[in-house]
Ligand binder design. Structure first.
Ligand SMILES: [Zn+2]
Length: 266
């Protein structure tokens, strides 16, 4: 129902814009160059509900509503401050990752921000899994090559290990995906038990022998290190997602988890 209402609102906005400027699909003059976090931030483009974001663009003094993506449809908020080049707004509860846009006083809808705004759930991230219930995902000699984020906005940790080294389930869970993808190669996603998290293993030497939907215990064999897909050298690209991987969740820095699990493994 909320989704339907959101769509109706979106159509209403488009219809008004079309009438005002006399062309179907025509856009208003307001443009957005970027949306950056300025208060209670996790990063420049990483926020939580309650964070303050600054929109930059042109003609922003005309902004009436800032529209965030919500899990059940668009979420509109009034900006707190507006000038010609900037407007600020607070990220509303229920907002999810997406590209915000604005609606001006005439009802024109701007194109979405060119940059995606990542929104973490308002609940604090789950605590690190209990040491007893977790293990390092590589059962063998390994070395951290590259961490999370940085200039490349790397979405996980790259851990070098010889091709063929066994990979194991760092947490107990259920196999969610077992697929091939040109960049990630043979990859596996485990929906962890007890925490709202997904674990992603990429570049495996061969498809995992596990079946989607299969329950696996901590330490269960999930595959072997490889270099399939876009990989330069044998390594595990490992991701830790809070929420659903790629579906509204957020990849967070897995290194603190890996460090703890390594300690647990000994
Ligand atoms: Zn990687």
């Amino acid at each position: 129902m909320l989704l339907v209402l959101g769509l109706l609102l979106a159509f209403a906005g488009t219809a008004r814009a079309a009438v005002a400027v006399g062309g179907v699909g025509a856009r208003g003059a307001v443009t957005l160059a970027d949306v950056n976090c300025v208060k209670q931030c996790i990063g420049a483009h990483k926020v939580r509900p309650g964070s303050t974001v600054r929109l930059r663009g042109l003609d922003l003094e005309e902004v009436r509503q800032v529209v965030f993506r919500g899990s059940r449809g668009p979420l509109q908020v009034e900006p707190m401050r507006r000038t010609e080049r900037t407007a600020t707004a607070i990220v509303p509860d229920g907002a999810v990752a997406g590209r915000p846009y604005v609606i001006d006083r005439a009802g024109h809808q701007s194109p979405p921000s060119p940059h995606k705004l990542f929104i973490l759930p308002s609940a604090s991230p789950p605590p690190l899994a209990a040491a007893s219930g977790a293990t390092y995902p590589i059962a063998g000699k390994h070395e951290l090559w590259e961490g999370f984020g940085g200039a490349r906005e790397h979405g996980g940790a790259d851990i070098g290990a010889a091709c063929g080294t066994p990979l194991v389930a760092a947490l107990a869970g259920t196999v969610e995906y077992n697929k091939y993808e040109p960049r990630g190669g043979n990859y596996l996603v485990i929906d962890a038990d007890g925490v709202d998290a997904d674990l992603v293993y990429m570049h495996m030497s061969a498809p995992s022998p596990l079946k989607v939907g299969q329950k696996i215990a901590v330490g269960a064999a999930v595959g072997t290190v490889g270099d399939t897909g876009n990989a330069s050298g044998c390594h595990l690209h490992f991701e830790y997602w809070i929420g659903e991987a790629w579906l509204g969740g957020e990849a967070v820095d897995p290194v603190p988890y890996l460090t703890q699990w390594e300690g647990a493994t000994g």
